[in-house]
Design a protein around this ligand. Structure first.
Ligand code: URA
Length: 229
C-alpha cells in the first residue's frame, strides 16, 4: 500500500496532511526516515513511527479501554466528556465507536472499534456474549434477591423476564453478575427490581476478555486476534 494511503487509513488526517507528514521527514519505518509518500510498503506486521511515536498497522482497529467514571459513551455527550476523548487523535479520526455502552458512572472494560460488522456481531441479542459486572449494592444482599436475579425479573420495557446467567455473592453488599443481554441500564434495573440498589458498577469482563489488572482507569490497549474469524 502507498505510504500516504497507509497513514490516511490509520487516521493521520487528510490525504494532503498525511503526505505533508511524510514530506516533512516525520515518518519512519524500522528507524529509517521515509520521505516518499508514494513508496509501496507492505502492511503485514507493519509498525511505523509518526513524530517518534510507534503505530502498529491495523486494517480495522479494536481497542480495550478501562473506562473511568465521569465519561459518557455517547459521541455527543451531554453532561460529561466522551470516552472517545481518552483515545489518541488517530483513533478518534478513524471513527472508533464503543461496542455497547456503559453508563457515565460505570467503570471497567469497554471495547471500541471502527468495524461496523463487529459492533453488530458483538451487540446483537442473538449472540449472547456474556459480560461480568461487579456490583456494589446499597443494602445487604440476601438469598431471595440472588434467587430472583437468577430466576428472572421483568423490567418495565419488556414483558419477557431477564435473568442473570450467574450471580455470586461477594461480601455483604456485593454481587458478581454475568449477563448475556445488553439492555439499557440492565444491571441497575434488575437489582432495583429485586428491592436493592446499585451504588457502584464495574464491568470486569466481556466474552473471554478480562480487564487486565495493569490497565489503569483511562488507559487503553490494542486487541489483536480477537474475536476469531
Ligand atoms: N447495566 C447498567 O445498569 N449499567 C451499565 O453501565 C452497564 C450495565
Amino acid at each position: 500500500m502507498k505510504l500516504s494511503q497507509i497513514l490516511f487509513s490509520q487516521g493521520f488526517g487528510t490525504r494532503r496532511a498525511c503526505a505533508g507528514l511524510i514530506d516533512a521527514g516525520l515518518v519512519r519505518i524500522g528507524g529509517q526516515v521515509m520521505d516518499d509518500p508514494a513508496a509501496d510498503v507492505p502492511t503485514e506486521g507493519l509498525v511505523f513511527e509518526v513524530e517518534g511515536q510507534a503505530w502498529p498497522f491495523h486494517e480495522k482497529a479494536l481497542v480495550m479501554l478501562h473506562k473511568p467514571a465521569g465519561y459518557e459513551c455517547s459521541q455527543k455527550p451531554r453532561h460529561h466528556p466522551s470516552v472517545l476523548t481518552l483515545l489518541p487523535g488517530p483513533l478518534r479520526e478513524r471513527g472508533l465507536q464503543p461496542i455497547g455502552r456503559l453508563d457515565e458512572d460505570t467503570t471497567g472494560l469497554l471495547l471500541l472499534t471502527d468495524d461496523g460488522t463487529l459492533i453488530h456481531r458483538l451487540t446483537s441479542p442473538k449472540h449472547h456474549v456474556p459480560k461480568v459486572y461487579e456490583v456494589g449494592c446499597k443494602h445487604p444482599v440476601d438469598a431471595t434477591q440472588v434467587e430472583r436475579l437468577l430466576a428472572g425479573v421483568v423490567l418495565d420495557d419488556d414483558p419477557a423476564p431477564v435473568r442473570a446467567a450467574v450471580c455470586e455473592v461477594v461480601g455483604e453488599r456485593g454481587i458478581r453478575l454475568t449477563l448475556t443481554e445488553g439492555k439499557y441500564h440492565q444491571v441497575k434495573r434488575m437489582v432495583a427490581a429485586v428491592g436493592n440498589r446499585v451504588e457502584a458498577l464495574h464491568r470486569s469482563s466481556f466474552g473471554p476478555l478480562v480487564l487486565p489488572a495493569d490497565l489503569a482507569p483511562g488507559r487503553w490497549c490494542w486487541l489483536a486476534g480477537w474475536p476469531p474469524g
